[in-house]
Design a protein around this ligand. Structure first.
Ligand code: AMP
Ligand code: MG
Length: 473
């Protein structure tokens, strides 16, 4: 493994060179062999190198940095930066794709503010499990390569085992990185960051006319697709601050996130989101709000005439909803077993959501019941089922044809809150990693019915009503 450091070509305000702080006794507790292979890493060597995944040993070519960024946190702009993460460098896979390799929980940086620079085992394993589950569900996301325990404890409400996650990402450039550039560096810094982002994530735009507008539109499109995928699988991010939204369109920063049990647009899982800013149904609106913050930073680059720039930015932001709705509808039609998309489908889908709300039905299980031809057993859905059957026939499909499509688009298993929490507890309290490994294995094939995953399909009735995830990560 030899790392590169193209991020260091940016103006120096964008990072601080700082090494991870060594830990007492690094021990590899989870390792993602499949991802390691995709990255072209030597699996045997990596598995016997916990010191690499703790930052005790700096690998060849690595120049560790903490990245600078800002962020609108619950609507308020703050200057942040990696307070407990180190970007080790970039790795190029066999396809020539560049990936960031970052340690999270690896010690103090100049951006640590009041924090300790560390992370607890539970939250790092949580990010590992959920990010890998998202990947298997076909949702763009940062990945997790490894978790090591540190042999040290961290002080939260109680003392907890410390851990470090190795995160792989298309990049860690956030909407908040652009906000940082605009506030601290001005137009030249924003331009440098935009040029870097374009070459890394949207190289097809290089030399296009109105390149920065095309860049803004591409990020808007990537995010519209991402949020549609979240909504269609029932994922609640929990902290959609602008520092937790990527330019690449990958899901990032798994803190108080969760999957929906009961279908409920107002559902909030995070204990600190008391006003429901980041509620399930608010996610598209918040994404658009965040993208408006990105657009503001790009205004000086969109046109020489500021008035024209503002108009272009506004048009771009307004376009988010149409794109979101298009991607959302595409996803829902696939979940319902349709090959084509008819304009009336949006109404049929809304009706289904209404039935789910009335029935307090588990979102994932309803789609699965439909796929398994069991939904008509539920009285709340009988009327709707008739419309659905007619719609399938209108396209010239048989129910069997539709079922085939549905099976590919409706997961059997998702990372259900109670199973995730159980497995995390077993790891954090008893240092027993077998349940986490079993869960990770099952979540690798979320669309397949297997005898192993039977137990993991069930939602626990009533569980979601009292369930909260906590932010003290
Ligand atoms: P997050 O809530 O994980 O998205 O983090 C928001 C900001 O707080 C980022 O700048 C983090 O680097 C920083 N942060 C979170 N936890 C810690 C910690 N334990 N020590 C230092 N900085 C932290
Ligand atoms: Mg964050």
């Amino acid at each position: 493994m030899k790392l590169q450091n193209t991020y260091l070509n940016l103006p120096s305000i964008f990072y601080q060179k700082v090494n991870p702080s060594p830990v007492a006794e690094p021990k590899l507790v989870v390792f993602n062999e499949a991802l390691a292979k995709e990255l072209g890493l030597d699996v045997v060597q990596m598995k016997s190198a916990p010191e690499v995944f703790s930052g005790n040993k700096i690998v060849p070519g690595s120049i560790p940095i903490a990245q600078a960024y800002a962020g609108h946190q619950f609507g308020h702009l703050n200057i942040l930066g990696d307070g407990r993460a180190h970007l080790l460098g970039e790795i190029i896979d066999a396809q020539g794709q560049r990936w960031d390799m970052q340690l999270k929980g690896s010690g103090l940086t100049p951006f640590s503010r009041g924090g300790d620079g560390r992370a607890a085992l539970g939250p790092m394993l949580r990010e590992y499990i959920i990010s890998e589950a998202m990947h298997a569900l076909g949702i763009p996301t940062t990945r997790s390569l490894a978790v090591v325990t540190t042999g040290e404890t961290v002080d939260r409400d109680t003392r907890l085992p410390g851990a470090i996650l190795t995160r792989i990402a298309a990049s860690h450039i956030r909407v908040g990185t652009f906000e940082f550039a605009a506030v601290k560096g001005g137009v030249e810094a924003v331009k440098a960051l935009a040029d870097y982002s374009i070459s890394r994530h949207y190289p097809e735009l290089i030399n296009s006319s109105k390149m920065y507008l095309a860049f803004l539109n591409s990020v808007i499109r990537s995010q519209a697709l991402l949020i549609a995928k979240w909504m269609n699988v029932g994922f609640i991010h929990g902290v959609m601050n602008t520092d937790n939204m990527t330019i690449s369109g990958e899901t990032i920063d798994y803190g108080p996130c969760a999957f929906l049990d009961e279908y409920d647009l107002s559902k909030v899982f995070s204990s600190i989101d008391q006003r429901g800013r980041y509620a399930f149904g608010n996610q598209p609106l918040i994404a658009q709000w965040n993208l408006a913050r990105l657009a503001e930073t790009l205004i000086p680059l969109l046109d020489d005439d500021q008035k024209v720039s503002i108009k272009l930015a506004e048009e771009a932001i307004v376009s988010f909803f149409g794109l979101f709705q298009k991607f959302h509808l595409q996803g829902q039609c696939a979940k319902l077993g349709f090959e084509k998309i008819y304009p009336e489908d949006a109404k049929l889908i809304q009706q289904l959501f209404q039935c789910m709300t009335q029935a307090k039905a588990d979102y994932t299980m309803i789609f699965r019941a439909l796929t398994e031809e069991k939904l008509h057993q539920h009285v709340e859905f009988q009327q709707w089922m008739k419309s659905w059957e007619q719609r399938v026939q209108a396209e010239g499909l048989s129910i069997a044809d539709a079922v085939k499509i549905m099976k590919k688009n409706n997961p059997v298993v998702i990372p259900r809150n109670h199973f995730v929490e159980e497995a995390l507890k077993e790891a954090s309290v008893n240092y027993n990693y077998a349940p986490i490994e079993a869960l990770a294995k099952i979540l690798k094939e979320p669309f397949k019915e297997t005898s192993e995953n039977t137990k993991f399909r069930e939602s626990q009735p009533g569980h979601s009503l009292h369930f909260q995830t906590f932010c003290g990560t």
